[in-house]
Write a protein that binds this ligand. Structure first.
Ligand code: F6P
Length: 543
């Protein structure tokens, strides 16, 4: 039951503070030596994903207290409220109902008294019909040529999810088609994405929840010009542009027939939208069957999160561990290290999911926090990261909890590659946890002066997320795992994980600066001396 006390005054929080003082000096070596079954006991499986969290600096008592914290913060009630479609995004007065996007057809989920599941399926069915026609060649471009290139124009949640999913599921994609993703307002992005494409074979998907975002609309207008330049005929737009948006009015004002618009709803947050119509490029790439399998994966993890007891609930455990390091050990970051090349964009995707959701300091009741909230998420695929920043994780002065993600079976068997890859993952988690003592280093014959440089302190925590194979279904499960972990963290920190007011100020200031860069009227500059000076330098250089 949710307590009205301040987070830092909760009995479980106080108990965790004291428990931290007792545990901070204990090494993972001791924890493993004291419990020979630790590796099996501190593990859980949900929706077919195996989480080994034994290499974390936790005991049974830590978990008991963290779960008590979740209870005192009302996590159960918050989960129910989310799945019931309550307006838990309180600052925007909206539900956060991404779970409805992957509900089964026979489910009923109500928003404002309306069952939204039939609407979700109506859009999915339309997407499926369109994708079928496009992939079969029935839908052609203006000149009758088959569409071979798909360019998704969007940014943030309207780009990162589709771009990540395309890379992650490339193995399942139509290899005779080209997929590109344009997001940056830097004209280079559009130019490089289209320089080798034939306009007659190119479809643009303009993806924007609001259809007003500066970057997306600028790129969409450039794409429009690019297309018109090729055909000199307005009618071409209807064959080469479709839209994904919640804003039919703006879509139509842009010139896209709303018959070629795929909608979603305000209860889908941008960073939670890759499984909505925003996933149109994904569906074109992998086909409708694989897209539905991905949705089934999301749903399986939703059900796990909704029903599993906290002590065996993967998103809850991962969320609570993040809180444990963030708030008690003072860790500033979390490294996400997928040992799969297809997941190379996964850390970038997670950055928006985690940091746009939990990078906040105002609580749900409008007070400011007196504790840390969302950590910085970052990462690179293994083994590449091992040869760059792992040095700091192993021997630096900062504590960096890590999520290692690995697969038992590769999609591309090639000699011994996969065993080498997985051996490296396991070796890294082992080295981080147990390190190498000075005695061990010296016993190897290392001279005394060099020994400190070769010592590995160890006691550096990690999760290992072990999965069978990177399939569309698995990707859905993995994304939902992090979505719900983020929600668990936000619930503990009492923040609204579904708004993003922090992006507003920069957007407003940019609107003011745009005309100033284009004019030469120095007198009208009214910023601070640094910004004024930089604007003048820029103008001078442009002359
Ligand atoms: O600027 C942040 C943001 O609002 C994100 O939350 C969102 O995913 C992105 O911009 C794109 O917004 P839209 O889909 O409306 O273009």
């Amino acid at each position: 039951m949710l307590s009205t006390r301040k987070l830092t005054q909760l009995p479980s929080w106080k108990a965790l503070e004291e428990h931290y003082r007792n545990i901070r000096g204990i090494h993972l070596r001791e924890l493993f030596a004291g419990d020979l079954q630790r590796g099996e006991r501190f593990a859980a499986e949900g929706a077919g994903i195996y989480l080994d969290y034994s290499k974390n600096r936790v005991t049974n008592e830590t978990l008991r207290l963290l779960i008590r914290l979740a209870e005192e913060c009302g996590l159960c009630e918050r989960i129910d409220a989310m799945f019931r479609g309550e307006a838990i995004n309180i600052t925007e007065k909206r539900a956060a109902l991404h779970a409805a996007l992957r509900a089964t057809r026979d489910q009923s989920i109500f928003v404002d008294g309306q069952n939204v599941v039939p609407k979700v399926y109506e859009v999915l069915d339309r997407m499926e019909d369109f994708v079928g026609r496009l992939r079969s060649g029935e839908w052609t471009g203006h000149t009758g040529k088959r569409i071979r290139n798909v360019v998704n124009i969007g940014i943030g949640g309207s780009d990162l999810g589709p771009a990540m999913a395309y890379e992650a599921l490339k193995h399942f994609s139509a290899r005779d088609m080209i997929f590109r993703f344009v997001s940056n307002v830097d004209g280079t992005d559009f130019t490089e994405a289209t320089f080798d494409l034939d306009p007659a074979e190119t479809l643009f998907i303009v993806s924007s929840k609001t259809f007003t975002t500066l970057e997306t609309m600028t790129n969409a207008h450039t794409a429009r010009r690019w297309t018109l330049q090729a055909f000199g005929d307005d009618h071409a737009i209807a064959r080469h542009f479709v839209a994904v948006s919640t804003n039919a009015e703006e879509v139509s004002r842009f010139g896209i027939d709303t018959a070629n618009m795929f909608g979603f709803w305000d209860w889908v947050g941008g960073r939670y939208s890759m499984d909505s119509a925003i996933g149109l490029s994904t569906m074109i790439a992998i086909g409708a069957g694989n897209f539905r399998a991905m949705l089934a994966g999301f749903h399986a993890m939703d059900e796990h999160f909704r029903t599993a007891p906290f002590e065996r609930n993967l998103p809850v455990l991962m969320g609570l561990l993040t809180v444990w390091y963030n708030n008690f050990f003072g860790a500033q970051t979390v490294a996400v290290l997928p040992y799969d090349q297809y997941l190379k964009r996964f850390p970038a995707y997670l950055q928006q999911l985690t940091m746009e959701s939990n990078g906040k300091r105002a609580t749900l009741d409008g007070a400011y926090v007196d504790y840390e909230t969302g950590p910085i998420f970052w990462g690179e695929p293994g083994t590449n990261g091992q040869h760059s920043f792992y040095q700091l994780i192993h021997q630096g002065t900062k504590l960096v909890p890590c999520d290692f993600i690995g697969f038992c079976r590769t999609l591309n068997p090639a000699g011994k590659h996969h065993d080498l890859l997985m051996a490296n993952l396991l070796a890294q988690t082992e080295a981080l946890a147990f390190g190498k003592t000075e005695d061990e280093v010296k016993a190897e014959g290392t001279p005394g002066w060099l020994a400190p440089h070769r010592v590995f302190e160890g006691n550096r925590p990690s999760n290992t997320i072990l999965c069978e194979r990177l399939t569309p279904e698995l990707l859905g499960k993995l994304v939902a795992l992090y979505e719900h972990s983020v929600f668990t963290q936000g619930t503990i920190w009492r923040i609204d994980s579904f708004d993003q007011w922090g992006v507003e100020l920069g957007k407003v200031l940019a609107q003011r600066i745009i005309p100033e860069l284009q004019s030469s009227d120095d007198a009208r500059l009214n910023h601070d001396s640094s910004t004024n000076n930089l604007i003048r330098l820029y103008r001078r250089s442009r002359k």
